[in-house]
Structures are given as structure tokens and as C-alpha cells.
Ligand binder design. Structure first.
Ligand SMILES: [Fe+2]
Ligand SMILES: [Fe+2]
Length: 333
């Protein structure tokens, strides 16, 4: 029997690992095995850094683009109270974008680069924000279903292995929970209002149900990157598991609303302990993600316009930073 090699034979691609990289990898593996946290200055595999930069920046873009369908209704909110709640909610989403861009930046890619990817149409963001918000009841459906799906997705991300991401998610989730309640309350009031109001609420739920279910991403068999993200403790549950939780939650809540979900196949299967729901149109999902959704062009055009309109703010901030630095220099001299 041949003697066992003293060093394990490196897998292809690992031959160029330096001593430092080997030690870094060992440290990283231990942190992941202990279910502990990787911080920005720690060694991490390039693929982990790349995956997180993509995921966190896409998440940040989604928060920022997600402000648009609702901002569109601020001036048309039916009362001062509704207007101020909606404004606070849209501002929260801007804040979420900022926490997330900050978290993404700690991985080494500056915010202006990430933002440019969005403006150039090269970055993805959540498909749901490419659907139009047609009525006031859509503010209810977005809060209840879209923010609700976001919570189901994001609560497990509070335990993501990358420290800045997990910590950002803790605060975001608290605010999302307020968003969901305000949406639920809008629908509750409409569904107990006039027949026309109830109809408007039902119509909004009918339009947002399937796109909200698609927010969890493609079925597990068609989600090749999920396995690696779970091995790195970024993702804790599969797309289908999260979708299941969400369906279970809204199937109960819709009864309180006095509305229905537009899903004739929806039922709880006692045998498997799973919710059965209708087939989703994954071709539509792919089209929307690829930029061919109902509002993609409009959303990006609006974002570019907002970016251009904000040029003077960036210029003023730069000038102020320069002035402060010059003053400090003069003081130190
Ligand atoms: Fe948000
Ligand atoms: Fe939200």
C-alpha cells in the first residue's frame, strides 16, 4: 500500500494558492462551519465576494427602483394620513438602498460603480417593480404581498454569514414589517368599504399575487446558484421553501381581509405538509428580469433622470468635502 501523501493533492485551480490564501481559506471554512460571521477585512474566496457583491447590490437596486411604483401615488393618496404614511414608507425604501449600498461597498466595489451598472441597464433588480401600480388599492397589495414576500425572503438573511449584510437586514426587516401592516390595513379598509372599493382591492390582489410568488425566484430545480449560497450560509432556505412559507401566511391572512387569492389550485396538502399552488409563468419572469416587463424602460428612464437631477447635490457634497479637507490641512499646518 502506498504511503499517504503528506499534503493533500490540490484540486485543479488551487495550485496557485499562496500560503496566505491557504491560511485564509482555512479560517474562512472554520467561520462558516461554526456558523459565525465573515467581516469585510477577513480573507474570503473571490467567488464569495463576487456573489455577495452581486446579491447585495441587486438588493440595493431593488429598494431604490421599488420606490417608484409607490412614489407615483403619494400625490394621489386619499387622505393626509395615508399620504404621510406612504411618504414615510417610500423614504424607508431609500434608506434600505443606502444601508445595502454601504454593505456592498465594504466588499470593495465603490457605490458609483454599482450605481452605474444599474443606470447602464447591466444590473438586475427584483422583477416585481416592473409591474405598474394602477390604483390606490395597489398600495395595499404592494405593502401586503410585495413587502410581505420581502420579509419572508429577508428574515433568514439577518443570519447571513457576511456581517454587514446580516446587520443591515435586521433593521430593514423591522421596517418591512411596518410596510406590510400598512398595506394590509389599506386592503382591510377597502374590503370593508363600498362594493367599488372592495372590487378595487380584489383586483389589486389578483394582479400582484403571481408576481409576488415569483419574487422568491425560480423553482429549486432551476436555481443553480442556490446550493453554493446555502453552503456559504448566505441563503438559509431554498426558493421553494420560502415560497411555501409565504403562501401559508397569506392564505390565512386573506381570510381576515375578506378577499380571495386568485389561485383555484391553492390548498394545503396534509400528506406532504405542503401548500399546493398554481403553476407560475416562468417565461414571464425571465422576460421581466431580462428587461422586457411592462415598466422596465420607464423605471430605468426615471432612475436616470433622478440621477441627472441629483448631479448638483453630488457636486455640492464634493465641494464641501474638499473645503473641509482644506480647512483641516490648514489647521494642521
Ligand atoms: Fe425595503
Ligand atoms: Fe418595504
Amino acid at each position: 500500500m502506498a504511503a499517504a501523501p503528506l499534503q493533500p493533492v490540490p484540486a485543479s485551480g488551487e495550485t496557485s494558492l499562496s500560503e496566505e490564501d491557504r491560511a485564509g481559506q482555512a479560517y474562512f471554512d472554520r467561520i462558516i462551519a461554526d456558523d459565525s460571521r465573515i467581516e469585510p477585512k477577513d480573507w474570503m474566496p473571490e467567488a464569495y465576494r463576487k456573489t455577495l457583491t452581486r446579491q447585495i447590490s441587486q438588493h440595493a437596486h431593488s429598494e431604490i427602483i421599488g420606490m417608484q411604483p409607490e412614489a407615483n401615488w403619494i400625490t394621489r393618496a386619499p387622505s393626509l394620513k395615508r399620504k404621510s404614511i406612504l411618504m414615510a414608507k417610500v423614504q424607508d425604501e431609500a434608506g434600505h438602498g443606502l444601508y445595502l449600498y454601504s454593505a456592498a461597498e465594504t466588499l470593495g466595489t465603490p457605490r458609483d460603480v454599482l450605481n452605474q451598472q444599474l443606470l447602464d441597464g447591466k444590473a438586475k433588480y427584483s422583477s416585481i417593480f416592473n409591474y405598474p401600480a394602477r390604483s390606490w388599492a395597489d398600495m395595499g397589495a404592494i405593502g401586503w404581498l410585495v413587502d410581505g414576500a420581502a420579509i419572508a425572503n429577508q428574515v433568514p438573511l439577518c443570519r447571513a454569514s457576511f456581517g454587514p449584510y446580516g446587520r443591515a437586514m435586521v433593521r430593514i426587516c423591522k421596517e418591512e414589517s411596518f410596510h406590510q401592516r400598512q398595506g394590509f390595513e389599506i386592503l382591510l379598509e377597502l374590503s370593508h368599504g363600498t362594493p367599488a372599493q372592495k372590487k378595487m382591492a380584489q383586483d389589486a390582489v389578483d394582479r400582484f399575487y403571481a408576481p409576488a410568488l415569483m419574487m422568491f425566484g425560480p423553482p429549486d430545480d432551476d436555481s443553480p446558484n442556490s446550493k453554493q449560497s446555502m453552503a456559504w450560509n448566505i441563503k438559509r432556505f431554498s426558493n421553494d421553501e420560502l415560497r411555501q412559507r409565504f403562501v401559508g401566511m397569506i392564505a390565512e391572512q386573506v381570510k381576515v381581509l375578506g378577499l380571495t387569492l386568485p389561485d383555484p389550485e391553492l390548498r394545503f396538502d396534509e400528506e406532504t405538509g405542503k401548500w399546493i399552488h398554481m403553476e407560475l409563468d416562468w417565461q414571464e419572469f425571465k422576460d421581466v428580469i431580462a428587461g422586457r416587463g411592462p415598466c422596465n424602460a420607464q423605471r430605468l428612464a426615471r432612475r436616470r433622470e433622478a440621477h441627472e437631477n441629483g448631479a448638483w447635490v453630488r457636486e455640492a457634497a464634493r465641494a464641501y468635502a474638499q473645503k473641509t479637507a482644506d480647512k483641516r490641512k490648514a489647521g494642521a499646518a
